[in-house]
Design a protein. Structure first.
Length: 191
């Protein structure tokens, strides 16, 4: 695992010991950012189920000004902290060792707007994708926000979350990447 592009391009990232997580491969990560960027001019990223932090760190490397990481697993959280420090992003990162549901409830109480939402929960936990709807209904996503959901081919996500519609889907083996953006008034294709 490594940072694919941006100011920390090529920086190796620590992987999490054991098999409790499923890190996003470099190939899939590069594809995600090519679909949504590939580079950013500021903005805040929320990396729910962050694992080792690969998606949020990639967003920072590509120009996001801040990333919020949420990870419940102790080993994964320690690895996440190591990767943030290794990339020298301590001043640009907030990390929380907590359950994603609890973290989203806390975020709803904060004066914060999310530009990039990365959601990659355990594949067998379909209910976690409901957190997208919670954040949309709580008006925590900016008008130009992008939502990235990584999920199993066995899980069918809705075509929209509020005003955010699925504009693109790509399949990589048993993984689907679904990209949601705010519905355009006219002319934008919907998947």
């Amino acid at each position: 695992m490594r940072v694919v592009a941006g100011e920390r391009k090529g920086m190796p990232l620590k992987a999490i010991a054991g098999v409790t997580t499923r890190p996003t491969t470099d190939k899939v990560k590069e594809s995600i950012f090519n679909m949504i960027g590939p580079f950013f001019d500021g903005g805040t990223a929320l990396d729910l189920f962050a694992g080792s932090g690969g998606l949020g760190i990639e967003a920072l490397s590509r120009g996001a000004e801040k990333a919020i990481f949420v990870e419940k697993d102790g080993k994964a959280f320690a690895t996440l902290q190591d990767n943030i420090k290794k990339c020298r992003y301590e001043d640009y990162a907030e990390s929380f060792r907590t359950d994603a549901v609890r973290a989203v409830k806390a975020l709803l109480k904060r004066d914060i707007q999310i530009d990039f939402l990365f959601l990659d929960p355990p594949y067998h936990k379909k209910d976690y994708y409901d957190l997208v709807e919670t954040l949309v209904q709580g008006e925590k996503l900016t008008a130009n926000a992008t939502i990235v959901c990584e999920h199993s081919t066995e899980i069918q996500l809705p075509s929209s979350y509020g005003a955010f519609v699925c504009t693109r889907q790509e399949t990589y083996g048993s993984t689907i990447i679904s990209i949601y953006r705010r519905r355009e008034e006219e002319g934008e294709s919907v998947v």
